[in-house]
Design a protein around this ligand. Structure first.
Ligand SMILES: C[S@@+](CC[C@H](N)C(=O)[O-])C[C@H]1O[C@@H](n2cnc3c(N)ncnc32)[C@H](O)[C@@H]1O
Ligand code: SF4
Length: 296
């Protein structure tokens, strides 16, 4: 069994559970979102791994392991690496692991600012074809409150760039992120962003505060009031209702959600809305995840 030299903790999207996790960077280059504690421990200070080290890891995997089909490039925003470095990584992956069919990465909109569509298309042709983008919201005020460092426009430009390059995007939106006061505008503007961008995948998670709400609350000037279960469902209703998607795989099944929703949007929009309506009007009629089963 090969032991890769991971700097823990490592996070990956649920859909990458069976992928090889290749840690090409450590931590997150931004690391300032007030809700995110994922890379705040001292050993997670941002840095990238030299290509020679990655080559050694890939050679070891190639010599010992079964064929690798999917790779996730960790950590928090591996797409911050330059086009040149990403190309070297993809060349090395294709050299050592020729069976790889898909390489994916977390990606902040600003990671793509200095990359052209032609460069992204070249990386896509080499297999780097799926980007998980934590838009979190399409509402500029909420994005500012949580210090995401992005806005509606920057998020849209990045998602359009990914599409133009022939790659796919999987967007995360955070349910409950604006609290009571901004719930409706967060939902409506997030739906507007998604409708304009038409991502291939969309998932929602419920914002949670495992180490306390203090830092988050500061961004809201003390006026953040967390949504209760009914508030989260109402926000989900607003989001779904305002979405105008043609062919997006929608998942609200992350462990942080009370209500599990899955489907294709637009096709399944009426069914999903009906489920959320039932959860709102008659909570006993739908299966909800119990509090003790929820997590990040
Ligand atoms: C490991 S982060 C990396 C994402 C990437 N850096 C970005 O911002 O696009 C993956 C996602 O976890 C989610 N996340 C982080 N902290 C969270 C929290 N406290 N509650 C719920 N979801 C959270 C956010 O949706 C975030 O985009
Ligand atoms: S959400 Fe993404 S960009 Fe924000 S701090 Fe966490 S990993 Fe970094």
């Amino acid at each position: 069994m090969i032991q890769l030299p991971y700097v823990e903790p490592i996070f990956r999207p649920p859909s990458e559970a069976y992928s090889l996790i290749l840690q090409v960077t450590n931590g997150c280059s931004w690391n300032n979102c007030t809700f995110c504690e994922m890379y705040t421990q001292p050993q997670k200070r941002f840095r990238f791994k030299p290509i020679e080290d990655l080559e050694k890891e890939l050679a070891e995997i190639a010599s010992e392991g079964p064929p690798v089909r999917r790779i996730f490039l960790a950590d928090g925003d591996a797409m911050t690496l330059s086009y040149r470095r990403l190309k070297l990584i993809m060349q090395a992956i294709n050299h050592y692991l020729p069976d790889v069919q898909r390489v994916s990465s977390y990606c902040l909109p600003r990671n793509l600012k200095n990359k052209t569509v032609a460069e992204l298309a070249e990386l896509n042709a080499m297999g780097l074809s799926l980007f998980y983008v934590g838009c979190e919201s399409g509402d500029n005020l909420v994005l500012e409150r949580v210090n995401k460092g992005e806005n509606f426009e920057s998020s849209l430009v990045a998602l359009q760039k990914i599409k133009a390059a022939g790659a796919k995007s999987s967007v995360m939106i955070l349910n409950g992120m604006g609290g009571k006061k901004y719930s409706e505008q967060h939902a409506v503007n997030s739906a507007r962003l998604m409708s304009e961008a038409q991502p291939e995948y969309l998932s929602t998670l419920v914002v949670s505060f495992p180490t306390g709400v203090k830092r988050y609350q500061q961004g809201f000037g003390g006026e953040f009031e967390a949504l209760d279960q009914a508030g989260l469902f109402q926000e989900m209703y607003w989001l779904l209702d305002n979405l105008d998607l043609e062919n997006t795989i929608f998942r609200s099944d992350h462990a942080s959600n009370y209500l599990v929703l899955k489907g294709n949007l637009g096709r399944d929009k009426p069914r999903l809305l009906q489920t959320v309506r039932a959860a709102l009007d008659n909570p006993g009629s739908v299966r909800l995840r119990q509090e003790w089963m929820r997590g990040l």
